[in-house]
Design a binder for this molecule. Structure first.
Ligand SMILES: [Zn+2]
Length: 309
């Protein structure tokens, strides 16, 4: 049995997986109120201890503990160096986990863990060259080349959301202009939906947003499209175009066997995937949605011991 830990800004998910990477027990603890690295570490350690105890697992049966963390990671030393929304300051999680539970432990970036999870137990299992594109607040990337995760210098590889696709575009949170994620993330789509609906309050989209207190979410546009709202279709087409430009860049650089689309919006399935597949139609790269959903990071963390660095 192995343990996977998926640390996030709001919660930490902790799970026990069997030899087929099936989750056999899991728990979730809140991390949003953590103020200090010590507090955060004790939540992770206590949560893991309780999970083991409440499921009557013998500590000796745990062969490995893997953990995915946001932000900067020193994978060699097993240290979470820094993160934007969590009190992580060089937290030596691998050492803490090994000392507490007596099993070897490894750390990696959360986006890398999610890509690794899909590769080990999900949609991209059996393929060697994969790029995972996670659509959300930004666009995250996990790149697997010849079966190995690409870490790059100081583990900074895979920031595909910050490739510029429009030099006259909008300013990105990173400071540059026209990054892919300013145009093609789920957040960018929601912003555009809200912006355009303001000028068309009587459209189906406008009414859906008004009924939701003036806000759209990841599903609003798809509901309006299913009701044949023309404005919704036009916003979607523009967004797909921006997504396609970046996808082609990714394909031209890596020529992967598969691009895995993950993030909540990937639940839209073929409505999202078919136009993307069409857009990259001339190349043989497969476009698939992730299969593990929100568990990809946890499962990938538990499988970090199978990763060759
Ligand atoms: Zn950027």
């Amino acid at each position: 049995m192995k343990i996977g830990i998926d640390l996030g800004g709001t919660t930490v998910g902790i799970g026990v997986v069997d030899e087929n990477y099936k989750i056999v027990a899991e728990t979730e603890m809140r991390t949003a109120d953590c103020k200090t690295p010590d507090e955060l570490a004790s939540i992770v350690l206590e949560g893991t201890r309780k999970l083991i105890e409440s499921n009557h697992i013998d500590q000796k049966d745990i062969t490995f503990i893997g953990m995915g963390c946001p932000g900067e990671i020193d994978t060699e030393k097993g240290i979470a160096v820094a993160a934007d929304n969590l009190p992580i300051e060089k937290s030596p999680f691998a050492k803490l986990l090994t000392e507490t539970f007596g099993a070897p432990a490894r750390l990696d970036n959360d986006a890398n863990c999610a890509a690794w999870g899909e590769h080990m137990a999900g949609v991209s299992k059996g393929y060697k060259n994969i790029v995972t594109v996670t659509l959300g607040t930004g666009i995250g990337g996990g790149i697997i080349v010849d079966g190995k995760l690409l870490h790059g210098k100081e583990n900074h590889a895979g920031e595909i959301g910050h490739m510029v696709i429009d030099i006259h575009g909008k300013r990105c949170g990173c400071g540059r202009i026209g990054c892919w994620e300013t145009m093609a993330s789920t957040r960018a789509l929601i912003k555009e939906v809200e912006h355009q609906a303001r000028y068309a309050p009587n459209s189906r989209l406008g009414k859906l947003i008004a009924a939701n207190g003036g806000h759209a979410n990841g599903k609003t546009l798809f509901i309006a499209m299913s009701e044949e709202d023309n404005m919704a279709r036009s916003i979607f087409n523009d967004w797909i175009r921006a997504l396609e430009v970046g996808m082609w860049n990714v394909i031209n650089i890596f020529r992967p066997d598969m691009i895995v689309i993950s993030g909540g919006i990937s639940n839209e399935g073929e409505t999202l995937l078919a136009p993307l597949r069409n857009a990259v139609g001339k190349c043989s790269t497969l476009i698939r949605a992730g299969r593990l959903g929100g568990n990809a990071g946890l499962i990938g963390a538990a499988a970090l011991d199978e990763m060759v660095i």
